[in-house]
Write a protein that binds this ligand. Structure first.
Ligand SMILES: Nc1nc2c(ncn2[C@@H]2O[C@H](COP(=O)(O)OP(=O)(O)O[C@H]3O[C@H](CO)[C@@H](O)[C@H](O)[C@@H]3O)[C@@H](O)[C@H]2O)c(=O)[nH]1
Length: 245
């Protein structure tokens, strides 16, 4: 009889919208650092054909899956889709990352290692050893610092990096949540989900990562998305203060 504990079942999720230049090399790179993990691509009918490239990879490689959605429905709902998939298919950990190489796969082992004594591991730009490599313009730096301070104040979060998407979640804790309460469709999902993780008693850890500027394609964040994020976090913060969230 083997005395070794079974290795956790890991799902890595990649939300994609127009990542035709990134999705294939990224999946190959992920496989070097997490050879046993399954990979799920959630593509929103990308006009550049990302979905077809992902399908070809799923046909060629074991344990690569693709969910196709009808159109651009937001990064938040794509991540929720991955969470539902992870719960349904009984994964132990869900590791989420951007599909543009801004989250280098070499940090995946650090995130997974931290899961031994945490329920959510955050790949953090703002702990010692972490940072941003390449050009991160002043506007972006200001937005990132601002939204983190804002989320800490309104949502009572104590992590340094609450807005980055490079994270690993314990799936059994996600299963304790009521996803119908989640208001964010877009970028504020990152802050909001941490709030709900806190509500179900998750233990948080942060491990340093170097955020790289995307290799190809364009960021999809815009001022409308940013304004929506500020508004949603404000509403949750108010609901929290009056005991309604
Ligand atoms: N399926 C789907 N994917 C999307 C959508 N919008 C964006 N994505 C995917 O989500 C990832 C991040 O999108 P970007 O548009 O490149 O994000 P960013 O501006 O670099 O923002 C980063 O920083 C933010 C703040 O720190 C983070 O909140 C965000 O998650 C991301 O890491 C990419 O893989 C992109 O293809 C969408 O509507 N649908």
């Amino acid at each position: 009889m083997s005395t070794q504990a079974e290795a956790p079942k890991v799902l890595i999720s990649l939300a994609t919208y127009n990542e035709a230049g990134n999705v294939e090399p990224l999946i190959e790179n992920i496989r070097q650092f997490a050879p046993d993990a399954s990979i799920l691509v959630i593509d929103d009918n990308s006009p550049d054909g990302t979905g077809a490239i992902a399908d070809a990879m799923a046909a060629r490689l074991k344990n690569v899956f693709v969910i196709h959605r009808s159109g651009k429905l937001g990064l938040g709902t794509a991540t929720l889709e991955a969470m539902a998939f992870a719960i349904e298919n009984r994964f132990d950990y869900l590791l989420n990352m951007d599909a543009d190489f801004s989250h280098p796969p070499k940090f995946i082992p650090d995130l997974l290692a931290g899961m031994a004594d945490h329920d959510v591991m955050i790949g953090s730009r703002y702990v010692p050893g972490g940072g941003v490599e390449g050009e991160f313009n002043l506007k972006r730096k200001f937005m990132s610092t601002g939204i983190n301070m804002y989320a800490r104040t309104f949502l009572g979060l104590t992590n340094r990096d609450n807005s980055g998407a490079f994270r690993c979640y314990r799936v059994s804790k996600l299963a304790e949540m009521d996803f119908s309460k989640i208001r964010s469709r877009g970028y504020s999902f990152q802050e909001e989900i941490l709030y709900w993780c806190k509500k179900v008693g998750c233990r948080f850890g942060e491990t340093p990562i170097l955020f790289m500027n995307r290799r190809s394609g364009m960021s999809k964040i815009n001022s409308r998305e940013a304004a929506a994020a500020i508004w949603i976090i404000f509403r949750i913060g108010v609901a929290r203060l009056v005991g309604r969230a």
